[in-house]
Design a binder for this molecule. Structure first.
Ligand code: TRP
Length: 336
C-alpha cells in the first residue's frame, strides 16, 4: 500500500444559509484540524443543484458559507478554501466514479432514501449520484481524513468502496482509504423544536434552528424557547437516554464550551431549565455573536470573498489536476 500524506477534505452545501449544525458538526472542528494537517475546505455548490436552486440565491448562499468559514477562523493562507464548481476536475472524476460505483450501492444510501421518500421516481438523477460526486471531492485530493457529521458516515464508507473497487479493477493502489473523522459532542445537532430531527437549514420554522447570521437577541430567544421536557437535568448522561431535546441542548452546551457532555451534566446535575437555558443562551451569544458580526462585515464586500475563493480554487486545481490526469491515464483515456 502506498503511503499517503495526511490531508483533510470537507465540504458544506450552499443550499440556504449556515446553521449551528454546520458550525458545531463541521466548521468548528475544521478550524481545530487546519493547524495539524494540510486542509482543503470546499463550498460544494455542485451538490446544491441536485435540487433546484434559484441562481441568484445560490451565489449569495455560496458567499455566505464562505464568510461563515472565514469568520469562524478558517485561514485562507493556511487552508485551501474554494467553491467546488471553480475546479472542473470534481465533475470529471465523478463521471469516472459513476462508472465504478454500482447501482446497488447507491440504493443503500439512507440519505437518498430519506430525501427522495416516496418521490424517488421524480427526484433528479444528480441526487441519486450525489455520493459518487462526494467520493470524487475527497479522492481528487487523495484526502485521508474527512471530518463530517454522523449523517455523512455512510457516504465516506461508500467513498472507500469506490476507491477499493477502482484500485482493484485497475490493479493499482492509486486511491487512499479515507477515514471519516466523527468526534466531539455535537456530531449531530438536532432541531430545537423536535429532537428527533436534524437541525436543517430548510425546515419550515425559523425557531427550530440557529442561523449563523442570527443576532444576539435572536440566538438567546431561540434557546430560551427551545422545546424541552419538564424534568430537571439528571445526574448522568444515561438519564438523558429518552430525552432527545434535553440531550441536544446539553451536547450543544458541551460543544460550545469545549467540554464533554459528561462534564456539563456533572456541573448541572439537578438543575431545572430555568437555570440551564439562560446559561446556554449566554454561552451561545458569547461564542456565536462575534462570528455573525464578522460574517456580516465580510458579506459587505462580496468582491473580496469572490477573490479569496478564486485564489483558493487555483490552489485546489494545482493539487487536483495531476491526480485527475493520472486517473485518466490509469483508465486508458488517450491524452495527446
Ligand atoms: N454531503 C455532505 C453533506 O451533505 C457535503 C459534502 C459534499 C462533503 N462533498 C463532501 C462533505 C466531501 C465531506 C467531504 O453534508
Amino acid at each position: 500500500m502506498t503511503d499517503f500524506t495526511p490531508r483533510v477534505f470537507s465540504g458544506i452545501k450552499p443550499s440556504g444559509g449556515l446553521t449551528l449544525g454546520n458550525y458545531l458538526g463541521a466548521i468548528k472542528r475544521w478550524v481545530d484540524m487546519q493547524g495539524q494537517m494540510e486542509s482543503i475546505y470546499c463550498v460544494v455548490d455542485l451538490h446544491a443543484v441536485t435540487v433546484w436552486q434559484d441562481p441568484a440565491a445560490l451565489k449569495t448562499g455560496t458567499r455566505e458559507i464562505a464568510a461563515g468559514m472565514l469568520a469562524s477562523g478558517i485561514d485562507p493562507a493556511t487552508s485551501v478554501l474554494f467553491n467546488q464548481s471553480q475546479v472542473h476536475q470534481h465533475a470529471e472524476l465523478s463521471w469516472v466514479f459513476n462508472c465504478v460505483a454500482r447501482v446497488g450501492w447507491m440504493d443503500r444510501m439512507t440519505q437518498f432514501k430519506d430525501k427522495a421518500g416516496s418521490n424517488a421516481q421524480k427526484v433528479s438523477l444528480g441526487l441519486y449520484a450525489y455520493p459518487s460526486l462526494m467520493a470524487a471531492d475527497i479522492l481528487l485530493y487523495h484526502a485521508t481524513h474527512v471530518p463530517v457529521g454522523e449523517d455523512q458516515k455512510q457516504h465516506v464508507e461508500l467513498t472507500r468502496d469506490i476507491a477499493a473497487k477502482f484500485n482493484h479493477d485497475f490493479k493499482t493502489d492509486f486511491f487512499p482509504m479515507t477515514e471519516p473523522v466523527i468526534d466531539g459532542p455535537a456530531t449531530r445537532v438536532m432541531n430545537l423544536r423536535d429532537g428527533s430531527k436534524k437541525m436543517s437549514k430548510s425546515g419550515e420554522s425559523d425557531m427550530e434552528r440557529i442561523n449563523m447570521l442570527d443576532d444576539a437577541d435572536t440566538i438567546a430567544k431561540k434557546f430560551k424557547k427551545a422545546k424541552t421536557d419538564p424534568a430537571p437535568l439528571p445526574e448522568t448522561l444515561e438519564g438523558l437516554k429518552d430525552r432527545p431535546e434535553a440531550r441536544n441542548l446539553v451536547d450543544i452546551y458541551a460543544a460550545l464550551s469545549d467540554q464533554t457532555s459528561e462534564a456539563v451534566i456533572a456541573e448541572y446535575a439537578g438543575a431545572g431549565w430555568g437555570r440551564f437555558k439562560p446559561a446556554l443562551a449566554d454561552l451561545a451569544v458569547d461564542k456565536l455573536a462575534p462570528i455573525s458580526t464578522e460574517m456580516r462585515r465580510l458579506l459587505d464586500d462580496p468582491a473580496e470573498i469572490d477573490r479569496l475563493l478564486g485564489e483558493g480554487a487555483e490552489k485546489a486545481r494545482a493539487i487536483a489536476a495531476p491526480i485527475l490526469d493520472r486517473t485518466y491515464d490509469i483508465v486508458g483515456f488517450l491524452r495527446s
